[in-house]
Design a protein around this ligand. Structure first.
Ligand code: CUA
Length: 326
């Protein structure tokens, strides 16, 4: 009878159970106090109602009562705070070994690129049981990537990379929504997440037209955008001499800037340097680089970033571990 009626979305990721538990606890605590307070209200208004022959007596106060109804709520609230914080950190921290997907949102669709380079629109196929990290950015306005069955949601913002991760625990097809009003067809900016057995996923992936993976695509863009006329990369120096910094092994390290500051060479920095090269100039170089604003799409910038990230010397980046939240 209630087959098509559910109060609760399916639970299909490693964090959906723990998030539901916290949510149910909050609902339970609220329900308990609603019942307690309303019952007392009803009971007292009957018991202490105005009657002939009874007169009200003043109450001086009770220290015990004050302490009890301060300490108990405090303990409950702190318990929820610690529980919620631990869960928040878990939900925000992707595992190191995760498949890297790239997501760009635009009015009104989701474009998703698999680690092997194939893309799909408004659907995301993932293998069961594998941790998946989404690096997301918007081409236009703020969107929000929301998969209720996984209990994950995060804003997808123009000019800023945000990450979201999940490990699906149940094969099936789940709703994908945009959860931020983004214009006329916001309500149509939906899609599906398809969780398949790993072998089935591989089969599905092989059925798509072959595509360059982000590193290969980025390497090609590096040539096509003529980045290689000024920057050395992967041991290849520009024919006329390098007018820009060597980009090998830079990703993940700190760069000294012309204004004396320093900055982590990460996804955000690469994107900004491409679009506003003069804003944070590397120390020792002239502001010669033109802006690529309007000439590269966000998914292309993501490929360039993947390429630069791949250009590590044999012994890894110069310093500092890779940032979890780029
Ligand atoms: Cu995109 Cu709402």
């Amino acid at each position: 009878m209630f087959e098509n009626f559910s109060l609760w979305p399916e639970s299909a990721s490693t964090v959906s159970g723990p998030i539901d538990a916290l949510y149910l606890f909050l609902v339970g605590v609220s329900a308990f106090f609603v019942v307690l307070i309303l019952s007392a209200l009803v009971l007292f208004s009957i018991r202490y109602r105005r009657r002939p022959g009874h007169s009200a007596s003043p109450i001086a106060g009770s220290m015990t009562l004050e302490i009890v109804w301060t300490v108990i709520p405090l303990a409950i609230v702190l318990f929820v705070f610690v529980w919620g914080t631990r869960l928040f950190v878990r939900v925000q921290t992707p595992p190191a070994e995760a498949m890297q997907f790239r997501v760009t949102g635009k009015q009104w669709m989701w474009k998703i690129q698999h680690p092997s380079g194939q893309s799909e629109i408004n659907s995301l196929h993932v293998p069961l049981g594998e941790a998946v990290v989404l690096t997301m950015i918007s081409e236009d306005v703020i969107h929000s990537f929301f998969v209720p069955a996984f209990r994950i949601k995060k804003d997808v913002v123009p000019g800023l990379y945000s990450t979201l991760w999940f490990t699906p625990t149940k094969a099936g097809v789940y709703h994908l929504f945009c959860a931020e009003y983004c214009g006329t067809k916001h309500s149509e900016m939906t899609g599906q997440v398809v969780v398949q057995d790993p072998a089935e996923y591989q089969l599905w992936l092989d059925g798509l037209p072959a595509a360059k993976n982000p590193v290969e695509a980025g390497a090609l863009l590096f040539q096509n955008l003529r980045c290689d006329t000024c920057h050395s990369a992967a041991g290849v120096a520009p024919p006329g001499g390098a007018r820009g910094p060597d980009l090998t092994g830079r990703f993940g390290s700190d760069v000294a800037l012309a204004d004396g500051q320093s900055m982590r060479f990460d996804a955000r920095y690469v994107r900004e340097s491409l679009l506003e090269p003069a804003k944070r100039l590397s120390a020792g170089f002239q502001p010669l680089m033109p802006s690529y604003q309007g000439q590269v799409r966000e998914d292309e910038i993501l490929s360039l970033i993947a390429y630069l990230e791949s250009l590590q010397p044999a012994d890894g980046p110069a310093n500092a571990p890779k940032d979890g939240d780029r």
